[in-house]
Design a protein around this ligand. Sequence first.
Ligand code: ATP
Ligand code: MG
Length: 559
Amino acid sequence: MSDTRELLDFIRQIVADDRAAGKTGGRVHTRFPPEPNGYLHIGHAKSICLNFGVAQQFGGLCNLRFDDTNPVTEDMEYVESIKKDVRWLGFDWDDREFYASDYFERLYEFAEHLIRTGHAYVDSLTPDEIREHRGTLTEAGRESPFRNRTPEESLDLFRRMRAGEFPDGAHVLRAKIDMASPNIYMRDPTLYRIRKASHYRRGDAWCIYPMYDYAHPLSDAIEGITHSLCTLEFEDHRPLYDWLVRHAPVPSEPRQIEFARLNISYTVMSKRKLLELVTGGFVNGWDDPRMPTLSGMRRRGYTPEAIRDFAERIGVAKRENLVDVALLEHAVREHLNKVAPRVMAVLKPVKLVLENYRDGQVEDMDVVNNPEDPSAGTRKVPFSRELYIEADDFMEDPPKKFFRLAPGREVRLRNAYFVTCTGVVKDPATGAVTELRCTYDPATRGGNAPDGRKVKATLHWVSAAHALDAEVRLYDRLFTSENPGAGDRDFKDEINPASLEMVAGCKAEPSLAGAAAGNRYQFERLGYFCVDPDSSGGRLVFNKTVGLRDTWAKVKDKA
Ligand code: ATP
Ligand code: MG
């Protein structure tokens, strides 16, 4: 391992060092611990890639553990979506699917142990009083008058809390640590609270629920986790993590290591905010292709390979930063460039008629499926007298820098012929261009002129008689500001009103007939597109995944 040391991020270095020092017998065991109260997002992907990646790299294991200790927000729908997303990302937890809610009995026993050993007590202050006693960053807390209850008395009350004798808020169980600690999390933190609510897995079996800060370290210890990787906001909780692992009779002593969470520009990443976008109808569900959720990205056409590559590029560090969303798009584009077959589709069509092409004639043009991947082979694309091209690719009165089709000008139709525009047909009422008249040069079949003459533009096209109708959904960033909701702004005020454009009446080449949902393509000259699950029975719907132009290189140069 020594020769690869400098290639290790700081977490992998710690793990390598612990392993070399024989800690935990050289074992490496991590976990990915989502709370099933929302869908996974790209930030979670960073954590998944890290936890599963570290385990893989060191020949260890990674558990999937649902940290489901809060009865009011959790749901089976989220559990199912999380499992699907982790698998889709390419990771496997084998049979190690665990639930903190399955540990409620053991966690309860640990709590009784802490009470008996004088490390926890039942406090009967009101929630407001507890808050007042906690002190501030600059001021020590004050001890509760109930702090010196005997273990017997606390045990009796704790059992009666569990038995449902008291209403919500009447008592809590607290760790007995130090009300004067400079670390607020060590000022006798609450371990259990009364919450008369049904749990999505445990039903009404419990009316006291462990706090996250209590359940998490002890669940790690129960599972024999060696390295518990979490985001930076838990750094101040680490003394409590260690204290609990030391004082509860647990079978192992995991080590918590914190890393910076992923933040991406023009994106929100808190589950609370994402839930608000869904319930407020700002997007069409958790898997809306504009969402930073893994299900949204999947629907958008992002590949798991690209997301894993992105996670590797951003790396793992100890300092918070804002990653440019262009880097994620760059990773997606780079992967799709390798794997996505090329096809032709016209989003905003105008008809083009070849006056010198025999009516009824059809030629099957041989077209390469992916120049980046010779094994992808070729296909036949029909060419005929009436075609569609992009309305944007023609201008009647072009400015200097417009090199595409214009009256009298010759351009190449990709994989087909050179054509020259000879006339324009307009709607007499509106003046809109309804048809372009052209001639083609039969000597240029395949797209090259034997006399070596050049054209300045190559256009994509679709044969009108063979075209499939399609709908295309174009996306822009969901937010107009780089850091939505920063300061005290409401992130919802910064939603981009033009983040979705639905384009109907698109025309696609016939090879796309029956394309399955999830299939990804490069539409020549337009970008990458993915078949949406809304497609069915002849209806074809595409999501634009990402454009062809890479803005990442520009961003990098600026930096
Ligand atoms: P949120 O703040 O959005 O509610 P969370 O951290 O509460 O997210 P969890 O379900 O608890 O969501 O997260 C599971 C794991 O994923 C945790 O270990 C958490 O640290 C990690 N994680 C969550 N968000 C990010 C992020 N943006 N970057 C890296 N890791 C993250
Ligand atoms: Mg959390």
